[in-house]
Write a new protein. Structure first.
Lengths: 199, 199
DNA sequence: AGTACTGATGTCGCCTTGTGACATCACACT
DNA sequence: AGTGTGATGTCACAAGGCGACATCAGTACT
């Protein structure tokens, strides 16, 4: 198995390594500098020293270059939900709290820039919504796999996601200094209060 | 005020009336016949007896032709939320129940076709998500206008929207025969149970 | 009546997104 | 040396979307 010794998987001298990473970085920079709509895919590829066609082989479309992290997020979230034995809503909230610590905690500045880019473009907002949706679908599926019913799984997931969204918005908003995990706990309590109030 | 007698607002002989309506109808038909992606804007305009450029003056993009009804929905929803004095979550759920009766009740078949078109295209799904989002923003704003806090308004709105989405999915699913309004009530009860359960 | 204005529509040309088909060329394996 | 293989570049093209200008019925103003 001498192949295992090859650390630089294939083509190293011929092409700069990590084309995908360079494209993501180039896209992020350009979106920040000029805005999403003022940046063409050709611009991104050029800055990464690649061709437009190569961009489209690595990303489905221009927006995807900005949402590469969401796959990892889904993974961690599903794992967290699977490994607990709490009630569904509590499980989802706890999973988000874990994600808050593992993924978001030390990236506030990055997240703020990312969010400002997204807010500047309707196209990106749509994509973000879809990513959130498929993420929720994955979590709901994980709950169902644990034996919960379709409706229960969906409602717990969506409620948990709502809690996260609100907490996240507060966390990203300027002037806040609480941790995301704490905000999640607070918002979850508020949600319980609101939904259990008497009509 | 003799002008009030003019029923056919302006240009009647020169152009067929209701260009917008004709384009919406043409788009709906073509999307159903060939699918969204297999239909070009030029196709739609041609079927409506108009030019591509005219389409883009009336609709921001190809997807918008399918979501014309969402403006009316938002209007009714906001009105319903404003006119009640129930607690926030209950107010939103009641508003959705009202919308269920006033707008959706006698349109199951149409809604099913619409939904099947949307489900066939990721682009349309993204747009639907965005429409739902701006609708929620409007409802939340209405709650805030009634004096509720930002967080309360958002949580109540999002929870209400979740209830509606789940009920709507059940209603549209084949084989169901309950009314949308009843489904909303049921789902709201389930949500209360889930969020108030002990960890 | 004549004329200028308005406003919805059509025409033309352009850039950008996204894709299929084919060429290229360092590296690996035989 | 010969032969793949796989990531990349090149070319051409359909479709989305937009700016600028032309057209022309009806309206308003004189």
């Amino acid at each position: 198995m001498s192949q295992c010794d090859i650390r630089y998987h294939g083509h190293m001298a011929r092409w700069q390594p990590d084309a995908r990473g360079r494209l993501e970085a180039a896209a992020f920079e350009l979106f920040r500098e000029r805005g999403f709509e003022q940046t063409t895919v050709t611009d991104i590829a050029a800055r990464a020293g690649l061709d437009k066609r190569t961009f489209y082989r690595l990303f489905g479309d221009k927006r995807e270059a900005l949402f590469s992290g969401s796959g990892h997020l889904e993974e961690v979230l599903v794992k967290a939900v699977t490994e607990t034995d709490a009630a569904p809503f509590e499980a989802v909230v706890a999973a988000f709290r874990r994600v808050a610590g593992e993924i978001f905690a030390d990236r506030l500045e990055l997240v703020r820039v990312l969010q400002s880019i997204i807010e500047s473009s309707p196209e990106l907002q749509e994509r973000e919504l879809r990513k959130a949706g498929s993420l929720a679908a994955a979590v709901a599926a994980a709950l169902r796999a644990k034996g919960f019913g379709e409706t229960t799984a969906t409602l717990a997931t969506e409620s948990g996601a709502t809690v996260f969204r609100v907490a996240y918005a507060r966390w990203v908003a300027p002037g806040s200094d609480a941790s995301l995990a704490d905000l999640i706990t607070e918002v979850a309590t508020e949600l319980r209060a609101i939904t259990s109030a008497q009509g």
